[in-house]
Design a binder for this molecule. Structure first.
Ligand code: SF4
Ligand code: SF4
Length: 214
């Protein structure tokens, strides 16, 4: 942004699941925008509809809590951050538009209690047999095949949760465009020695290749 001061506004993918997701890094992009004083336009506030159709346990959290649909929570989460100029929510009917207007008209950011409920929803997503990679990236530097290991794990995790095309896009067009694919692993084991989580990285990469390189 330093090189392009003429930028007036920045559009980023931003929602409560991608906020700290290492593959998407919504929070980091948002913080850069804030640092340079650029207003933000949010896309994917409901993550392609996935935060509308929640896993049953996550849906139960919001229902028990009461007060609005899953979509309204997701949109209010995104809109509640300082510097957000606009939240682009795909709407396919007059009814959806009227509903969105109903809670955005006199906008209230999520309360602390509502944010706690969102934390619980996140926990449900996180409980779904996902790879426990913390994205510390200690494994990456020594890899002779330059495999972006944590990013590939993040893609598989996203696929397990959502089964959406975004994970394939990120796998093929972002994380393996300049780096090795999971199948390029020569099983030297250097990465596993560096991993503080003691993850069986070689085995997990086989799982990743099966999913994304069919
Ligand atoms: S085992 Fe595979 S992923 Fe790990 S460092 Fe060696 S080539 Fe890279
Ligand atoms: S060292 Fe382990 S926890 Fe850290 S990024 Fe690599 S796989 Fe993930």
């Amino acid at each position: 942004m330093r090189e392009y001061p003429q930028i007036e506004v920045v559009q980023i993918q931003f929602n409560y699941l991608d906020y700290n997701d290492p593959a998407v890094e919504s929070r980091k992009y948002y913080e850069v925008c804030r640092k340079f004083g650029k207003p933000v336009i949010v896309m994917e506030p409901v993550k392609g509809g996935n935060l509308v159709n929640l896993p049953p346990e996550a849906k139960a959290v919001l229902e028990e809590f009461g007060g609005g649909s899953p979509a309204s929570y997701a949109i209010r989460f995104a809109a509640g951050f300082e510097g957000i100029r606009m939240v682009l929510s795909g709407m396919s009917s007059m009814e959806q538009m009227e509903y969105n207007i109903s809670f955005m008209k006199e906008f209230q950011p999520l309360s602390q209690r509502e944010l706690t409920a969102i934390d619980r929803v996140r926990e449900v997503f996180q409980s779904k047999n996902l790879i426990a990679c913390t994205a510390c990236r200690y494994c990456v530097a020594g890899c002779p095949k330059h495999i972006s290991i944590p990013d590939l794990f993040a893609c598989l995790n996203a696929k397990k949760i959502f089964n959406d095309w975004n994970a394939d896009y990120y796998y093929n067009n972002v994380h393996t465009a300049q780096n090795g694919k999971a199948s390029a692993c020569i099983k030297c084991g250097k990465c596993e020695k560096a991993c503080p989580q003691h993850l069986p990285i070689r085995e997990l990469l086989v799982e990743v290749a099966k999913e994304f390189e069919r």
